[in-house]
Write a protein that binds this ligand. Structure first.
Ligand code: HEC
Length: 181
């Protein structure tokens, strides 16, 4: 029954789309869809080509990020800008300090977040290689990788974040469902 109702609803949607009942908007082009279809999975799926090291990332960080997150990645509490480094070993204590280094479980997520949302006042203005370099710099300042280690679509997923095992699975998970879906 439910299946039949859903099928009927789907058929109605198709008719509406074809009729352009409301005469507003238009179908997004494949290029427009792919420009927004850039999510990166925890395992690195979807990471683009490009590469960068902490050495090349440092001047980029200083120019594009330090104004808010501080030269030492210490953040700025008063202005509400989070620290990106520090807090190591604090997560399981009564006063956890959550930063990329202490809290974030997967390195590809750092790339994804920076590319998607930063710099806060001017997102989507960094090239992929620049995002890799800045990601490498943030990881290196946290002592997770070395200064000269290139970060790219192959190496970034292999980085083991210190808090990767600090999360517990969703106990409501149903059989056959993948996390996050
Ligand atoms: C104009 C100020 C500003 C600039 C410039 C800026 N950020 Fe941010 N950043 C923020 C704010 C505000 C947040 C918190 C956003 C939120 O929670 O929604 C944030 C959050 C973050 C986070 C998530 C931190 C966490 O643990 O939740 C990362 C990572 C980050 N920024 C990296 C960067 C990088 C890298 C750059 C440079 C490319 C940058 N930011 C530039 C203001 C800024």
């Amino acid at each position: 029954m439910l299946k039949r109702v859903l099928m009927a609803a789907a058929a109605t949607c198709v008719v509406w789309a074809a009729d352009r009942k409301f005469q507003v908007g238009r179908t997004a082009s494949p290029a427009e869809v792919s420009a927004r279809d850039y999510s990166v999975g925890a395992d690195g799926t979807g990471l683009p080509a490009g590469s960068g090291t902490a050495q090349t990332g440092k001047p980029l960080y200083t120019a594009r990020c330090a104004e808010c997150h501080g030269e030492q990645l210490q953040g700025d509490d008063k202005r509400g800008y989070p620290a990106l480094a520090g807090g190591k070993g604090s997560i399981a204590t009564p006063k956890p300090v959550k930063t990329v280094g202490s809290f974030w479980p997967y390195a590809p997520g750092v790339f994804d977040y920076i590319r998607r949302a930063m710099p806060y006042d001017n997102p989507h203005t960094l090239k992929n290689a620049e995002v890799y370099a800045i990601t490498a710099y943030v990881l290196a300042v946290n002592g997770i990788i070395g200064e000269a280690e290139p970060m790219n679509e192959k190496t970034l997923p292999r980085v083991k974040m210190p808090n990767r095992d600090g999360f517990t699975g969703d106990t409501r998970q149903q059989k056959g469902r993948k996390p996050g879906l």
